[in-house]
Design a protein around this ligand. Structure first.
Ligand SMILES: NC(=O)c1ccc[n+]([C@@H]2O[C@H](COP(=O)([O-])OP(=O)(O)OC[C@H]3O[C@@H](n4cnc5c(N)ncnc54)[C@H](O)[C@@H]3O)[C@@H](O)[C@H]2O)c1
Ligand SMILES: [Zn+2]
Length: 385
């Protein structure tokens, strides 16, 4: 068992990482001093695997659990869904001391946290994250919210959980695509804060892709430690917390250009990690070997690093809709070396220049590789028909 404290004064809490902890939730909640009335919010996929045993564990520990099962996916992260949870709380006469339990991925965590933030102006909630993204990122830090038709996460509140219970065993039922996408966030922590952790990931990537326990637990705990530290330094993202946005300037833009259907969040962030490093080299923040190492690790995690085709106008336009824009300027996060980043505004002409160069290099590269292929075919006698 590993316990990682998130130090936020009277809002402090622990992240507890332990295999099997989700099946012993009742005991954990009792130790937290939660009152009897609790409500488990989850989604259909997660409910299928984990709801019954969670409810059983709560009953055994003397709680009176209700549950709300949401449809899965980002489409459910709406005010209407939050209202459904609030309806259930009101109907079952939940009080200020009643506790909400978010059992699921980032979508369940964000919407449940938001309902907990606004029901009777705030009731306690705990996070039981079941995706890698949720275990290393969304369950920690107190950002809660829902999407609006005109933008992702437009409506929300800061509301810290009372505890985060991370059960790595739940990742075994996670679809592989979701698992791999979460690795992008894990790699991000190495880039922004810890060269040794990045080097560990370089070595352990095959083990991580095979979900080997030791590698998985180390990846989760170190990621949580880094997130906890950054959040403790800057709870409300006035400054330093923005380093967590590394890879997300381009990542979010690609995610919104693909209409939240093509690329899932972590996949878009994987491209963002590699491409923002390339842009950092262009802007003179770091050397090419830093970007090469980042791109290499992204690819070794079975994530795409290449920029998908999009016009610069649409990409730049999508970057403007982000919360990383302050006073009309896109604030970029740039690696100076692995483990250290700086924050500086990104100017449109410099970005356009990089983007043109990127495609020019690609075109040169493909012409070169086509001619090499032609030469290779000739030398092996495999001439095209
Ligand atoms: N609050 C924050 O600080 C923060 C940070 C990062 C991301 N987010 C948010 O998190 C959301 C993405 O979260 P996500 O990637 O966890 O996606 P998600 O919650 O949609 O889960 C992905 C899919 O996996 C399924 N699933 C979850 N756990 C499972 C398990 N153990 N076994 C089988 N299936 C399982 C879900 O039903 C869903 O279909 C986005 O809305 C994003 O904005 C928030
Ligand atoms: Zn992210």
């Amino acid at each position: 068992m590993q316990t990682i404290p998130v130090s936020l004064g009277e809002r402090s809490y622990d992240i507890v990482v332990e295999a099997g902890i989700s099946a012993a939730l009742g005991d954990r909640l009792r130790k937290l001093g939660a009152s009897k009335k609790v409500c488990v919010v989850t989604d259909r996929h997660v409910a299928r695997h984990y709801l019954e045993r969670t409810v059983r564990s709560l009953r055994k520990a003397g709680f009176e659990p209700d549950s709300v099962v949401l449809p899965p996916g980002e489409q459910a992260k709406t005010l209407a869904t939050a209202a459904r949870i609030l309806d259930a709380l009101a109907k079952h006469k939940f009080e200020r001391s009643s506790t909400l339990i978010a059992l699921g991925g980032g979508v369940v965590g964000d919407v449940t946290g938001f309902a907990a933030a606004v029901y009777q102006r705030g009731i306690p909630f705990v996070q039981v994250p079941t995706t890698l993204v949720a275990q290393v990122d969304s369950s920690v830090g107190g950002k809660t919210g829902v999407d609006h038709r005109l933008g992702k996460n437009l409506i929300g509140a800061f509301h810290q959980p009372k505890a985060v219970f991370v059960d790595p065993d739940t990742l075994r039922t996670l679809p592989r695509r979701e698992w791999v996408a979460g690795l992008a966030e894990v790699i991000k922590y190495g880039i922004i804060a810890d060269e040794r952790f990045f080097a560990f990931l370089e070595g352990a990537m095959p083990a991580l892709l095979k979900l080997e326990d030791d590698a998985v637990i180390r990846a989760i705990t170190r990621s949580c430690e880094i997130k906890a530290q950054v959040v403790a330094d800057d709870e409300r993202e006035s400054d330093r917390r923005r380093i967590l946005n590394y890879g997300h300037t381009i990542g979010h833009a690609l995610e919104s250009l693909s209409g939240y259907r093509g690329l899932i969040h972590g996949e878009a962030v994987g491209i963002g990690l590699a491409q923002e490093a390339d842009l950092a080299v262009h802007l003179g923040f770091c050397e090419g070997d830093v970007a090469a190492r980042i791109r290499d690790l992204v690819q070794r995690a079975a994530l795409q690093a290449e920029m998908p085709k999009a016009s610069f106008a649409s990409l730049w336009g999508a970057m403007q809709h982000d919360k990383k824009v302050v006073g009309g300027k896109v604030i970029g996060v740039w690696p100076v070396r692995i483990g250290e980043v700086v924050m500086r505004p990104l100017e449109k002409p410099a970005c356009a220049d990089w983007y043109r160069g990127l495609w020019r290099r690609k075109a040169d590269g493909s012409t070169r590789s086509q001619s090499l292929q032609r030469r290779g075919r000739r030398s092996t006698g495999l001439r095209g028909r």
